[in-house]
Every structure is written in structure tokens, then in C-alpha cells.
Design a protein around this ligand. Sequence first.
Ligand SMILES: [Zn+2]
Length: 439
Amino acid sequence: MSVHTAVILAGGRGTRLASVAGDVPKALVPIGGKPVLEHQLELLASAGIRDVRIFAGHLAGKIRDFTGDGSRFGLRVAIEVEDRPLGSAGAVLKKLDSLPEHFLVLYGDTMLAVDLGRFSRAHLQRGADLTTFVHPNDHPHDSDLVETDAKGRVTALHPYPHPEGCHFGNLVNAALYAVRREALRPWAGQAVKRDFAKDVLPALLAAGSPLEAYRSTEYIKDMGTPARLAKVSNDWQAGRIHFRGEHHRDPAVFLDRDGTLNVENGFIRSPDQLEILPGAADALKKLRAAGFRLVVLTNQPVIARGEASEEDVEAVHRKLEWELGFQGAYLDAIYYCPHHPDRGFPGERPELKMPCECRKPGLGLLHQACREVGLDPARSWMVGDTTLDLELARRGGLHSVLVQTGAAGHDGKFPSAKSDHTVPDIAAAADLILEATEG
Ligand SMILES: [Zn+2]
């Protein structure tokens, strides 16, 4: 089974963009000389979508003039004219019976370079009623956030504003959905104004429906205000809007966690033990601005030892992401190994006590990250405080930087492992990497 239909919601009045777009519908605002809708239709066709339904209100005729029947994009495009705006979900609900069993929902004023085939497959494989695309941003504290369990199932929605002292992680709803039609059945046919994020998601969650979050840092940005449109245009000019795949992989800085990003504090079992090192957030911001993706690789044998659960480790990571986000920095992903090779301790979890490929310096996590995030190891770096990190870098073909925080390389696990560079801390590591790659 696969998803062959996409709905594009292009019915907004576009008043916020009127100053720059005039009487051009938002979906036809050009990015790089081509309407955002054309970018979307090309992306949909490349993902195996065959039918596109555009829900348009304001200036629907102009959209129809542009798309025609869709054949020039290799698609069948139909325009649905809304007589009155029904919100993002309202238009879909009114026409629910005419939609197939599963479909994608995109917003017409969103520029995206997402692997929609992969997104659709994840939705189907997980048996979700609705899958929402989520990503970290650099201001989670004033964003509407999604909370998930360790497997990516949505467990809570946290609309802004957030209570003081919370750390919800950094997953923001990006307004791209894959939907199982029957999940929306309770509201079918109602010509009532409803919004996916504000109404449908909370209702599905309250009803116990399987609601999945698909985390990715692929490009997706709404351009519904002049400032955001300018940002998207800049991103296009700078070459930042591209499909990630076999032919376009990004360089990354892989980061160890304890002793590199946060204060080495024994084995961390709960969020209150996590303290981010000074300068870490700024270092990440600089590296990201220079085009590096940022991925944490960490061994967490506390799980195999039974000292912390996966949920505990996830809670620590939510705090890490929240605190970094507070300082305007974010990670593309965090990968951790829950295993430990030696059996025979009280309280351990025998099913996790085994040799594995993912425990550093094993390359399992590195390879998974390269595959899932779309990374090029040959142009990537490893920053860490132990010889495990250095040995991982050697085996994986990464440039290595040893930081003198945490274990400062004195862990003794791989005495022969050498670092390419040694610096005081992560701030200095970022400067070194930028210097080494800029010239
Ligand atoms: Zn492992």
C-alpha cells in the first residue's frame, strides 16, 4: 500500500502577504523564479503522488489557470473552490467521502524539500491515524510543541505559552500531515470551521487514536508573512532548500553528550542532573550557520544496567533540547545505545546486555544517522571527550576533535586512539572546525 493523493490547502486569504504579493494567491508567490505551488507539485510527483486536490478560495481562478489539469506536472490536479473559509481541516472534512483511505495534507504557503515518500511509508508502517511532521526550531519556548514517547507516538500537545520550569523538548508541529481518512469520520461532512493543529490533533489524542510524530530536519518553512517569505527566499538563494538523498548529503558535526555538551556528572539518570556546558549552545549555533548538521551519539549503558529507563533517557534529552533551544540552538537528532556487553549484575536488563554494533566505537549509530539524516561522513567531524569518540572517528572516517572537558581523553579505553585536534572545550572545537573548513 502507498499514498497517492495529496491535499493542498490554499484557501487562506493571504492578507498578511498582501504587501508583497498583491493579488497573487499565496500559493503562486515565486521562490527562485517559480511559484511555491510548482515546487510543491514537482515534489509530490517525485514522491509517487498521482492526484492532487487543491482547496482554494481567494483567487482560485488564478490557481486553476496555473495548474490546468496538472498533466504538465505528471499529476491529476483538481481545484475545489471554498465558498467560505473553513479552516485547515474544515475544507477536508466537508469533502471527506471523496478522498482515498490515506492522503497527505500540505499548506499552500509552505516551502518544503521533504522526502514525502518516506514520510508516507512511515505513516502506513506505524498504522497511524494521523502522522504529523515535527522538527526542532531555535525558539521552542514560544512555539506550540509536541511531546512523544521513545517510539515517536504523540503523548501530549503543549500549546504556547509554556509554564515556567518545564522542559518539553523541542518538537514543533510543522503543519504537514499524513491522514487516515476514517480517523476524521466523526466530523465528516460538517461545514464547520476547524483547524488541524488546534482542533483535530487534540481531539484525536483525547480519543486515544494512534497519533505519530515524524521527526526530521528536512527543509519546511511557512512563508505566510513578508518576513518569513524573505527568509525562505534567502534560503533558496543560499542553496539551503534541497532534497536530501543519495546525491546530496550534508556535512555534520557528531557530538558526544556527557563531558562534551554537558557537565560530566557520573551516569545521568534524570533531567535535574543535566547541566549544559558554557558556550555549548553558541558553538552549535555557529556550526549550524556554517552548514553543518548536528547529531549527538551517546552510549547510555545505564539503560542496560537497569539504572534508568528509555523514558528517563528521553526525559534527559528533552531537557537538553529545551535548554539548547532556549539559547537558540538545536540538534538534528540524538542517537543513543542502550546496550552494555557484560552480563551478571543485579537489576540489569538481560535483553540489553549484549555486544552490539551501536555502542561507540561501533559504527551502528553513525551509519544510522548518516542514512536517516542524509549525512556525508567524509566531510564530517566527531567532537568528544573520550577515546571511544576518537576510535569511532577513526573507524568511521571522521575528522576528530578531543575536548579537554569531561574525561579529557583519560578514560583509557582505547589508548592508541589519537585525535586529529585537541582543544579546551566545545566552543574551541567549533572555532577550529570553522577555521579548518572555511579556508
Ligand atoms: Zn548498542
